[in-house]
Design a protein around this ligand. Structure first.
Ligand SMILES: Cc1cc2nc3c(=O)[nH]c(=O)nc-3n(C[C@H](O)[C@H](O)[C@H](O)COP(=O)(O)OP(=O)(O)OC[C@H]3O[C@@H](n4cnc5c(N)ncnc54)[C@H](O)[C@@H]3O)c2cc1C
Length: 394
């Protein structure tokens, strides 16, 4: 042993990060739409892209969105949109699949994030999170349905072998895997490289129609990537005589829920904020969980719990779940139970038992609150079951 390093920043909730960024953008005037699929670009007579034909994936029907500039930041789908724009030339994407497995912290106890090498020379991380430990990732080329990457038994066995190789006393087996998820990395293709050798850098392509595509990159670089694109758009709009625009303001902008006095004060902030949750009737642990998840927005969740009517208490939803669910519907555009159980709470991956206990009441509440038709109710309930099976039954 010659030395070591300690990761102090290693854990994020990527779906919540995205939603908090979007909520902050909405505060400053951005109009966000959800379940809105861009199906066709609209062009002027000179061939410049001037808008999109969008399909409403929930209500059905189509609508148009007009724009002076259009940015294609569709992750693994950027090439599909470049194809719609007939501008997929030169560099293209290479999708690689990455799988994580989740274990109970009792079965795989860890106090710190660690990484170790696999027998085939890659790096695997094991990360503790709220009583669970998650391990990942795999890195394999992917050619299946972009919307449905799934963890396979081969992925599971690869990660189990890596963990057992590093921690032989654990003897982890398939039955210890509580949950899992798979994602696709939208990497930029490089000739002759293996999946793990391909660079994670980001690149911008501008098509003859003016469509700006940003591809590749990492989550950690999202502000820098946004700054580059926004400053570029501002310059191009200025050249058209529009503006004035200042430089991109992302650098010092906290995300929604981030007004907590800086990371050094966060623990104290969360404790103080949790007191409001206890006053609303939550126990200390539940109040602290909400304070930690929602930061300076926690009060908005607690206030919904405090206002809960006696009639709603009989609906089978514990107060903690109720508060987060109503907040997700009213402030975070949760439209389906899966939105709440997967992306707004991360529970499908990190607390799958909680999903099993609460899913029926969540579906029932959303059916009433959002006036689902019977067909929608049954589709959305089936979607939750499918996602549960995909996460737990690999
Ligand atoms: C397994 C794995 C591990 C990773 N680990 C790390 C890590 O440790 N650190 C790190 O920094 N990064 C990591 N990354 C990379 C990081 O997750 C990605 O860079 C990041 O999520 C990309 O975000 P994005 O917004 O560009 O794309 P996405 O998050 O994929 O968003 C694209 C969006 O475009 C939407 N879309 C697509 N087509 C259309 C259309 N036609 N109309 C409307 N909307 C559309 C999609 O619905 C989606 O919401 C990892 C990625 C994977 C898969």
């Amino acid at each position: 042993m010659r030395g070591g390093g300690s990761y102090v920043e290693y854990r994020t909730d990527d779906a919540r990060l995205t939603i908090e960024v979007l909520k902050k953008a909405a505060e400053s005037g951005v109009k966000a739409v959800n379940y809105a699929k861009a199906e066709r670009f609209l062009y002027d007579e000179k061939g410049k892209a001037t808008g999109l034909l969008v399909r409403d994936l929930i209500g059905g029907g189509e609508y148009r969105i007009r724009a002076r500039r259009i940015v294609n930041a569709a992750g693994p789908w950027v090439d599909a949109l470049r194809e719609l724009d007939r501008s997929k030339r030169g560099k293209t994407l290479r999708l690689t699949k990455g799988v994580h497995l989740v274990f109970d912290g009792v079965r795989f106890p860890l106090r710190q994030a660690i990484y170790f090498d696999t027998p085939d020379g890659r790096m695997v991380f094991a990360i503790p999170r709220n009583g669970k430990t998650y391990v990942g990732t795999t890195d394999t080329d992917y050619a299946g349905d972009t919307a449905q990457p799934r963890a396979t038994p081969e992925d599971r066995d690869y990660l189990l072998a890596a963990c057992n190789g590093m921690f032989p006393s654990l003897r982890l087996g398939a039955r210890d895997v509580e949950s899992s998820w798979a994602g696709l990395r939208p990497l930029i293709y490089e000739e002759g490289k293996s999946p793990s050798e391909v660079s994670r850098r980001d690149e911008i392509f501008v098509s003859p129609s003016g469509l700006v595509t940003i591809a590749g990159g990492k989550l950690t670089g999202y502000r820098k990537m946004a700054e580059t694109v926004v400053d570029r758009l501002a310059a191009s709009l200025r050249a058209d005589g529009r503006g004035p625009f200042g430089p991109c303001a992302t650098r010092k902008l906290p995300i929604s829920g981030g007004d907590v006095g800086g990371s050094a004060s966060f623990t104290q902030y969360a404790r103080t904020a949790a007191a409001e949750g206890q006053a609303a009737g939550l126990n200390a642990d539940a109040a602290l969980r909400i304070a930690c998840r929602y930061g300076s927005n926690a009060g908005a969740v607690f206030r919904r719990i405090a206002r809960r009517q006696a009639g709603e208490r009989s609906a089978g939803l514990p107060d903690e779940v109720y508060g987060m669910l109503v907040y997700a519907i009213e402030e975070e555009m949760a439209a389906k139970p899966a939105d709440f159980l997967i992306r707004r709470t991360g529970a499908m991956f990190f607390d799958i038992g909680w999903v099993r206990s609460n899913r029926a009441a969540v579906v029932a509440y959303m059916t009433e609150a959002l006036q689902y038709t019977e067909a929608q109710r049954s589709d959305y309930a089936d979607e939750v079951e499918r996602e549960l099976a995909a996460a737990a039954e690999i």
